[in-house]
Design a protein around this ligand. Structure first.
Ligand code: ZN
Ligand code: FE
Length: 257
């Protein structure tokens, strides 16, 4: 399974999963349809699945047109998103297993950004392979999604599930927000050397117009403040010793950063 990143709108990423042996493709969060259709034509691929993480238009906006072009495509989304995702046929919940070609993914229920948000995790099949996590707007490189329909406690619970995945997991998040996220991270965790190094690298990449997605979960665990609610430095920075409160304060600060 090859993963092709398609940048669209101002800062969204669509991911195309491509099985070249079977000539089939799946798409994660098609914000728009046109660039996806162009790529599918280029590959001569049949679109068999749309994997949506949540109902926001910058994630499902292309569903309708893709369904028109590929009437047999199956649209997957969270059970709680019933009625909010155009063309949804499969209603997923925590622990469900889905298939694409010769790969399977586990579904995580990760409410917080929205009340219905899910993530798709393809585990590695060999020790040298990476796992692939499609987490929409839940975890970002260096940050996390805003809490539109969920509470800090729910988001901590959701991010805890992601945090238990192996270090060797690539994080395919849906927006290029990394530079701004790391600027905030430095404002609360400025002495973190891993974070300083990451910021320098990301800055250089962005200056060259390069994408910073996917990132690696190992790096996120060491540098992303929204996975570090139980680290004393972060707790001190927001003047509490309680984990959910730490997360809530960090999220509140980031909202106005
Ligand atoms: Zn969203
Ligand atoms: Fe989004």
């Amino acid at each position: 399974m090859q993963i092709i990143r398609i940048p669209v709108l101002s800062d969204n990423y669509i991911f195309l999963l491509w099985d070249s042996a079977r000539k089939i493709a799946a798409v994660v969060d098609p914000a728009v349809a046109r660039p996806v259709l162009t790529k599918l034509n280029e590959l001569d691929a049949q679109l068999v699945a749309i994997f949506n993480t949540h109902h926001h238009n910058d994630h499902v906006g292309g569903n309708r047109e893709l369904i028109t072009q590929y009437p047999n495509v199956t649209v997957y989304g969270g059970e709680e998103d019933k009625g909010r995702i155009p063309g949804q046929k499969v209603f997923l919940h925590e622990g469900d297993i889905i298939e694409f070609g010769d790969r399977t993914a586990t579904v995580f229920f990760v409410p917080g950004h929205t009340r219905a948000h899910i993530a798709y995790y393809f585990p590695p099949r060999a020790s040298e392979e990476t796992g692939e996590l499609f987490c929409g707007d839940t975890l970002f490189a260096g940050g996390c999604g805003r809490l539109f329909e969920g509470t800090p406690a729910q988001m901590v619970d959701s991010l805890s599930k992601i945090r238990t995945l192996p270090d060797n997991t690539r994080v395919w998040c849906a927006h290029e927000y990394t530079l701004k996220n790391l600027q905030f991270a430095l404002s609360v965790d400025g002495n973190n050397e891993d974070l300083q190094q990451r910021y320098t690298k990301v800055q250089a990449a962005r200056n060259k117009g390069e994408a910073t997605v996917p990132s690696l979960l190992e790096i996120e665990k060491r540098t992303n403040p929204f996975l570090r609610w139980d680290i004393p430095t972060l707790q001190t920075a927001v003047k509490t010793s309680e984990s959910v409160q730490t997360f809530a304060r960090l999220r509140g600060m980031k909202d106005t950063f």
